[in-house]
Design a protein around this ligand. Structure first.
Ligand code: AMP
Ligand code: ZN
Length: 672
């Protein structure tokens, strides 16, 4: 009993620590510890919870992505309807709202709170005794969908609130928090970049992407989209427990929600107007989309006096900024090669000012969009810069005299390589791994941890190598010399040498890493492994036709076509020849088994052996059917210790794993 009480205490302390850092990182954007230190805390908690599953609670930080993908969402009836807001599109309409509110309440002047209108998806979060028990969408306003599993995956939403703090604020433990789930521009752009790279759906705006992420059936998708949540209402049952709306916002902040710091208390509507003007000028600089200002009567008593229409509160209004649109002429439709090799159609306009910015072109995303818009050079189009800083074409308002069809070029405009399209996909791609348009991305991917794993070759360094023309393709990496590196920024002699060692070591990687690193469309890590296992050499893969590729389990026509397209390009073949010349391994080492004496047994080596190199010794294990692993655990069968063994030996001793010296290892091998 006493032991379990201490353990509970320890677990709660650890969780509190993690919650504190989640708040610092995800809400305040002011982390106090490194990501690695944070991961360590999480791992520690996970380990304890794994050992003592009886202490796992749904509000533990480990439970953010716990739920399984499910069939459908349950519906949930809101305690108080989630209404929409009336809109004001001009200062006159805003003045009208104020006049009505003053008349109805008999006040001369009303105190308002002006705050950002977040452009996302509204959510209600229900807390019982301080623990998050439910997250619900607005739905039709009366009933929404229970999206709790997904809501938990949003890191700025606390899973547990501090009860003492709630008490201090005069709040009960059961509250409801409402707000908006959103994506920052950066997260949104990153998402679209990934979607384009993998041939996924391109999202028109951050709101759609955020809404989709909340309503998907798989919470890991929600987690991967990096949503934020901004809180703006605090309820308890169907009531507002605090006297002023501004107090609610402050209380939400002290309960560790993300609530806007930019709200202002305004004495009268003139101050609200000033707020609206001020933020219209700043909206483009915000990290996320805001499409207007929400104005709320601050005093909750007055709010109650004003009450509701059938649709919306009479005590609040959304002031929406004018949509920034203009019509202009399409001069030409061209094609851009993106960083992943995808060809995207681009409309070039007669330059036109929209909301203070001159717009002269806009991406059309893909050929489906071109068809949907039915757009041609010579057409007059309506262009919008709504919230999005990147302008987009809304529609054709007038077709030109001659409707010249938009034709995808047969050759990449950047490198002249033939353009490929995989059956059934919208994207056209330049598959030349070394096309100048995709050089940077390709190199970063090639060096990545799951590809060739060249530690130290990050974005910044690749940028410099590419800009200075030192590296044009993967093979150039293997020709790098100390001189090439030393003059680069932030590159000391030691790190330059380390990098060269890393690059040299990568030549010995397993084949699957190379295949993945080449950046062939639709070939992820797993597919790369399957290909390596099945064919055993890059040459065989390159020479395989689509039929033969499809003989590999799990490989369908799309992947097969993409692989064969890749190797059909001369440029790629040449690249591979050059990599081979540099000594990059292109075969899977498959030695025939000598016998099965080590079948099912795992070995760890530590220290230096006298008669064998580490590599040889490892091969001996494998060729006798054993498994070579890198770290010691309870499940390890043997630890072979040479001279100067490391911590693995001590670990083996403490776990009681069988320890062999070199002689004993040789004896095992020699046994008949
Ligand atoms: P609309 O859907 O355009 O009529 O706008 C109403 C919606 O704006 C509300 O239902 C909320 O989801 C959203 N909204 C965004 N920011 C706020 C805010 N600060 N206060 C209240 N509602 C907001
Ligand atoms: Zn190209």
């Amino acid at each position: 009993m006493a032991a379990s009480a201490t353990l509970t205490k320890e677990i709660e302390k650890l969780r509190d620590e993690i919650r504190k850092h989640e708040h610092l990182y995800y809400v305040l954007d002011a982390p106090q510890i490194s990501d690695a230190a944070f991961d360590k805390l999480m791992r520690k908690l996970k380990a304890i919870e794994e050992e003592h599953p009886e202490f796992v609670t749904p509000d533990s930080p480990t439970q953010r992505v716990g739920g399984k993908p499910r069939g459908v969402f349950q519906t949930y009836r809101h305690a108080r309807p989630m209404m929409s807001l009336d809109n004001a599109l001009s200062f006159e309409e805003l003045g009208e709202f104020d006049r009505r509110a003053r008349e109805l309440t008999g006040r001369e002047r009303i105190e308002y709170v002006a705050e950002h209108k977040f452009d996302g998806l509204s959510l209600a979060l229900i807390y019982e005794s301080g623990a998050l028990v439910r997250g619900v969408t607005r739905g039709d306003g009366q009933t929404g969908e229970d999206v709790t599993v997904n809501v938990k995956a949003i890191r700025s939403i606390p899973l547990r609130l501090d009860l003492a703090e709630m008490k201090k604020l005069g709040l009960p433990g059961d509250i409801e928090v409402r707000g908006e789930a959103m994506m920052t521009r950066k997260a949104f752009e990153e998402l679209n970049r990934q979607q384009d790279a993998t041939g996924g759906k391109h999202f028109a705006n951050a709101r759609n992407a955020a809404a989709g992420a909340v309503r998907v059936l798989d919470p890991t998708v929600t987690a991967s989209r990096k949503l934020d949540f901004f809180a703006y209402y605090l309820l308890s049952g169907a009531r507002v427990p605090l006297k002023k709306h501004s107090q609610s916002l402050e209380a939400l902040k002290s309960l560790r929600f993300r609530a806007s710091d930019d709200f202002e208390i305004c004495e009268g509507i003139e101050e609200v107007e000033k707020y609206c003007t001020k933020w219209e000028g700043k909206r483009d600089k915000m990290p996320y989309e805001i499409d207007g200002v929400v104005v709320k009567v601050n005093d909750v008593g007055l709010q109650n006096e004003l009450g509701y229409t059938s649709k919306a509160p009479r005590w609040a209004i959304a002031f929406k900024w004018a949509a920034r649109q203009a019509t202009t002429l399409v001069k030409e439709i061209g094609f851009n090669v993106g960083r992943t090799g995808t060809l995207t159609p681009v409309a070039f306009f007669e330059p036109v000012p929209i909301g203070g910015v001159t717009v002269s072109k806009s991406t059309l995303h893909n050929m489906d969009e071109v068809e949907r818009l039915n757009i041609h050079a010579g057409d007059t189009v309506l262009v919008e810069r709504a919230g999005d800083v990147i302008p987009h074409v809304l529609k054709v308002v007038k077709h030109g005299k001659e409707e010249k069809p938009v034709i995808v070029p047969e050759k990449c405009p950047e490198c002249g390589t033939r353009v490929h399209r995989v059956e059934g996909e919208v994207a056209y791609r330049c598959v030349n791994a070394m096309c100048p348009a995709r050089r940077r991305e390709s190199l970063i991917h090639f060096a990545g941890r799951h590809a060739m794993n060249i530690d130290g070759l990050g974005d910044k360094l690749v940028d410099q190598l590419v800009e200075k023309g030192i590296v044009k393709d993967f093979a150039d990496l293997y020709a790098l010399k100390l001189d090439d590196l030393e003059n680069l920024e932030r590159m000391a002699e030691k790190s330059a040498q380390n990098l060269l060692d890393e690059i040299a070591a990568s030549k010995k990687n397993e084949l699957s890493r190379l295949i993945y690193g080449l950046g062939i469309g639709f070939v992820g890590e797993r597919t790369a492994q399957l290909l390596a296992e099945h064919f055993g050499s890059l040459e065989k893969i390159a020479d395989a036709g689509t039929e033969e590729l499809m003989e590999v389990n799990e490989i369908g026509p799309k992947v097969a076509a993409s692989v064969s397209d890749f190797f059909s390009e001369k440029a790629n073949r040449k690249l591979i020849d050059r990599l081979r010349e540099k000594g990059v391994r292109m075969k899977e080492e498959r030695r025939a088994l000598t016998d099965h004496r080590f079948a099912g047994k795992s070995f760890v080596f530590t220290g230096t052996l006298e008669h064998h190199s580490r590599e040889e010794a490892g091969q001996l294990v494998v060729s006798h059917g054993g498994k070579l692993i890198s770290s010691v655990s309870k499940k390890t069968d043997y630890v072979v210790a040479g001279s100067d063994p490391g911590s693995k030996l001590t670990k083996a001793q403490s776990l009681g794993v069988t320890i062999l010296d070199e002689a004993a290892f040789e004896k095992l091998l020699a046994k008949k």
